[in-house]
Design a protein around this ligand. Sequence first.
Ligand code: NZQ
Ligand code: ZN
Length: 387
Amino acid sequence: MENFVYCTPTKLIFGKDAVLNLPNVLKPLGKRVLLTYGGGSIKKIGLYDKVKELLADFEVYELSGIEPNPKYTTSVLGGVRLCKEHNIDVVLAVGGGSVLDCSKAICVGALYDGEPWDLITCKVKAKAALPLVDILTLAATGSEYDSGCVISRTETNDKVGYLDDLLFPNTSILDPRYTFSVSKKQTAAGAADAINHIMEQYFCEKHSLMADGMCESVIKSLIESAKIALKEPENYEARGEFMVCCSLACNKILSIGNSPSGWPCHGIEHALSAYYDITHGEGLAIITPRWMKHILNENTMERFVSFGTHIFGIDSSLPEKDIAEKTIESVYALFESFSMPMQLKDVGIDESRLEEMAHHIAVSEGLENAWVPLTESDILEILKASL
Ligand code: NZQ
Ligand code: ZN
């Protein structure tokens, strides 16, 4: 086992009417609240009105219109300005991963006098952050239970993952009923994202039986609950199990003691979203099987065999190479069965900028240090195989 420090200071409040805890959660954090949300889904499901009712005793300011793949110049800087102007005490994010991520960046930017991009790109270490409380409406990223955020800067085609313990939410409120309205497309994308989060931790050099078992169990649960949620969007048990799995998938608990993998699929996908503004989980569904194929060799075989036999029940008496190939086919078939786009051209990406993207990824993502190192030409091959 590798050395580790593990601490998740976020309180999760899960279940029907969990939102009623909101006033008590916010009270010790302050009076002036910045309510942040996206393009209006929270109004359609009645959550906006409920939150406003619960915040009757608070001074509330609002930042709306946070984009999917949240943008630095509009949303992050807009939120930082509001926090400084109104001396905000606490940020309340209501929405999916994009709203939460943007709000995390706002929380650190609000207490910093310089350019917040320097914090996001880790040029400067943040010293403090406003507290963040969130009400999650889309299960996928795990942002509600992790210390990361991902911010896009369109002008420079950057999509940067920023990690800092200051970004852990104070409290995350999870009522599965607020995810009933999530579309099939976003449900499938959320499943592919969370499954890939676990794969990024499972495919690594050093791992334990314990970590493998936790990863496998949560992936199996994600697959089964996603299948049900896609057919029956208002199935509370399925949406609930799916939601908790997503929270656990990205917060490092499942791979405790494992060696780092470098998260290669995410490194590649972030460039696709940065250049083409595509849905993160769809990009991952396309990249993951191609990356698997690219890194399969004698040294990596054991991970494929373990994954394929334990997750998909592939016959363990087959030759290892056959099991590994069937494992890749099974991952592809799984995402395809969720009706996901499986080629870059399905999400509007052609060959014209592949080389530019491969170079951008090689320079900015450090994938030469991944479990299986990826050079610029490896990345280009994976992108070409995904067309
Ligand atoms: O903007 P609104 O109107 O709210 O609509 C959103 C958006 O259009 C909609 N939606 C959200 N809740 C809904 C709903 N529609 C109906 N009913 C509801 N209850 O769904 C659309 C997508 O929302 P978004 O927040 O963008 O999706 P997701 O949660 O998948 O977040 C994706 C972002 O998170 C980043 C991704 O890169 C991407 O930018 N990630 C964040 C991570 C983290 N913080 O740890 C890790 C991930 O790997 C990922 O990179
Ligand atoms: Zn992800």
